[in-house]
Design a binder for this molecule. Structure first.
Ligand SMILES: [Zn+2]
Ligand SMILES: [Zn+2]
Length: 394
């Protein structure tokens, strides 16, 4: 498989440098030492080690503005685009571009230090004046020994006794409320469904049964040609879309993305103004491309037929109910029709002695035949109107 090397998102970093005169380490985008004022010398390389990533837009535009210009008179760097030296005022028309190099080594004090007795040489071990994480200046004090104070010790985490307490309680917690609700419900249902006896009088007899009448009729239907049943008479037919099918309409070049990517070094561009652009690279396997068929849904047409066919159709459905013990059933259907009759339900009409209300009760055929009008029976009832059984009075 072929390999491909490609760049990833680049970043801009602010380099550090060391003052040639007093040894102060400072951001190389500053054109002179913040401690002693010595112009930054191109002889001292700018250090990548410990360089800070630049995200501030103003600083980024400064980084991309171009190489600094070195004043031919005083040697101070001026930002790209400057026309006169801000240190000495000399014109910069013929000024050379700054060409300070970059090193991987951390910024170090130069071996020869021209002046150790400058008033603020406490900067000897001053750390860089920036720190992304704290955002605070760390210059001075850090290695000053006596003036350094360790940060206030944080209080210990508070012991969480409550967690233990809760689990202890839940071990022995009894849901009295839930038990109470269930017990009340059980008692109520027992009371409502507990049977008691009531006296009833038979006041009537009824029978009922379900009836379905079917007729053999011509019925209009519509279906695809191959589904039309035999015996059908075609009325009309038409073309219609029955389904869709996938049809290959061409091919498409597929270029799979690179795989198995591994870091493959980085490219460092010196921007010659105290900043550098770092572009990491990765190397990946580049799978070969291939053609893939492209499909499209296309309609499939067929013949749809309107026809008529003879079949059994339900023309009547209902309950036939007759009153009295001796009435005969109604008759149903005409000749050529099918009549389906369901099982007979035997019903007695009862009047409750207590409140004179009337109700139907389905009973067995045997009981229905046994009971007669004005007969007194004992009904086992519950308190929501249900009747469990009917028995003769002894
Ligand atoms: Zn200095
Ligand atoms: Zn100058």
């Amino acid at each position: 498989m072929t390999k491909v090397r490609r760049p990833l998102a680049s970043k801009v970093v602010a380099l550090q440098t060391t003052c040639d005169a007093c040894g102060t380490i400072y951001a190389a985008s500053q054109v002179k030492c913040p401690n002693c004022g010595e112009p930054h010398s191109a002889k001292v390389p700018m250090s990548l080690s410990g360089a800070r990533e630049v995200t501030d837009l103003v600083e980024l535009s400064r980084a991309y503005a171009g190489a600094d210009l070195v004043c031919g008179s005083c040697g101070v760097r001026n930002h790209a685009g400057s026309t006169t030296c801000k240190q000495c005022g000399s014109p910069l028309d013929d000024a050379e571009q700054f060409h300070g190099g970059i090193t991987d080594e951390p910024p170090t004090k130069p071996v020869h230090r021209s002046n150790q007795s400058r008033p603020s040489s406490t900067g000897e071990q001053i750390q860089p004046t920036f720190d992304i994480r704290s955002g605070a200046s760390r210059s001075g004090g850090v290695s000053g020994g006596s003036s350094y104070q360790s940060p206030t010790r944080l209080p210990l985490p508070i012991q969480r006794y409550s967690a233990y307490g809760t689990s202890h309680i839940s071990d022995t917690y009894i849901p009295w409320q839930a038990i109470g609700i269930v017990a009340t419900f059980v008692l109520l249902m027992t009371f409502l469904l507990w049977p008691h006896q009531e006296t009833v009088t038979v006041t009537g007899f009824t029978r009922e049964r379900s009836v379905t009448v079917q007729a053999y009729q011509w019925v209009p239907e519509e279906d695809w040609e191959d589904n039309v049943p035999s015996g059908a008479i075609t009325i009309s037919s038409r073309r219609a879309q029955r389904s869709t099918e996938q049809v290959e309409v061409g091919q498409e070049w597929v270029d799979p993305p690179p795989i198995n990517c591994k870091p493959a070094g980085e490219e460092i561009n010196n921007l010659y103004n105290g900043f550098a652009k770092i572009t990491p690279y990765e190397e990946c396997d580049d799978p070969p491309g291939y053609y893939e068929p492209v499909y499209e849904d296309q309609p499939v047409y067929d013949t749809k037929v309107s026809y008529k066919i003879q079949k059994w159709v339900t023309v009547q459905r209902g309950t036939d109910r007759i009153e009295g013990k001796t009435s005969s059933w109604h008759s149903y259907g005409a000749s050529g029709q099918k009549v389906d009759i369901g099982a007979i339900r035997y019903i007695v009409v009862l009047q409750m002695k207590e409140d004179a209300s009337v109700r139907d009760k389905v009973v067995s055929e045997q009981d229905w035949n046994l009971f007669h009008e004005n007969m007194t029976l004992v009904a086992r009832m519950n308190r929501i109107g249900g009747m469990y059984s009917l028995t003769l009075v002894e």
